[in-house]
Design a protein around this ligand. Sequence first.
Ligand SMILES: Cc1cc2nc3c(=O)[nH]c(=O)nc-3n(C[C@H](O)[C@H](O)[C@H](O)COP(=O)(O)O)c2cc1C
Length: 361
Amino acid sequence: MPNPFVIGSGPPGTNYQVMKKAFDEGWGGVICKTLSLDSSKVVNVTPRYAKLRDSNNQVFGWENFELISDRPFETMLEELRRLKQEYPDRVLIASIMEEYNKGAWEEIIARCEEVGVDAFEINFSCPHGLPERKMGMAMGQDPEILGEVCGWISAAATKPVWAKLSPNVTDITIPAHSALDAGCEGVAAINTIQSVMGVNLDTLRPEPTVEGYTTLGGYSYKSVKPIALGKVMNIARTIQHDYAGKDLSLSGIGGIDTGSDAAEFILLGSDTVQVCTGVMIHGYPVVKNLCGGLQSFMKKHNFNSIADFKGMSLPYFTTHSDLVMRQRESLAAKKAKVGLMNDSEWSGDKFVENSESMVGN
Ligand SMILES: Cc1cc2nc3c(=O)[nH]c(=O)nc-3n(C[C@H](O)[C@H](O)[C@H](O)COP(=O)(O)O)c2cc1C
């Protein structure tokens, strides 16, 4: 890949035209909108997006309850074939999802491989609509079924497979283990976070409203980045500790909007990074800013490749009790104190200043 920036599965990978645009603008790879064999079961509603804005009207959060691709599988296959013929040196990844049926998984994999895709990303993580059919997040939240289905997929696929995981679990390393133990070559995380965007205080109806009703959606864009970084860090440490020496990869996703965001995901162990909502807000040319920002970071630190700094920040995670020990020793050496010494020092009149005194960034 010419760069680590990959179009995340969603609207930016819905058809030939938009995927072509992504390659033309310089994206390192493209993951198509999630495909299933029978798109006639996929029926979307509108509105299906909602934005969260700050006081300057800047968007920082995005909710959607859009389903997977509603386009005929055969049409999408022909478009993927054409793209691969026109851009043979670019990475084209098929995002796929099926029901709990081994034959269906074998069929979708064989037909995608036949048109020349380079790899698969398995959507075990869409949090809305599809779980009603026991697909997407419903599979990703059940480590046993996830392991079984990943076993079918690994046996059928001759191309690398990433399992795309849901953040809507208590411990994301459990599904990561299931997928990797079953033979997947990598993990992608995160998909969207289950959410309700808000309630309209005039109508008292939750939003976004479709004929007066709504459903739980998936939350993305800048505000999910800290949650995504936490999940990515946990997966990266699992790969480091439990699969040492194995050639596995991690694709970081969630709220990436700048080259600096991407650098953070790579420092926490990602090999590649994906962007979905950021493309919906800024358009495909944003990849130039992303590359420029990442290059500036690399130049500043004299890094020549992604491998030079991948996972470099991981050793600095430790336990809370280790932080206590380190700080105790450091303060004793300096004969200094930082912030409040204990909870009795909080003051009602200086509460905000007290809070500020302990902020680290
Ligand atoms: C409108 C919309 C549609 C999406 N559709 C899919 C999809 O079909 N398959 C999938 O795996 N992820 C889908 N996603 C999730 C994204 O690929 C990504 O995991 C998530 O939005 C977090 O990344 P971001 O903050 O860069 O958007 C969708 C996201 C959005 C906003």
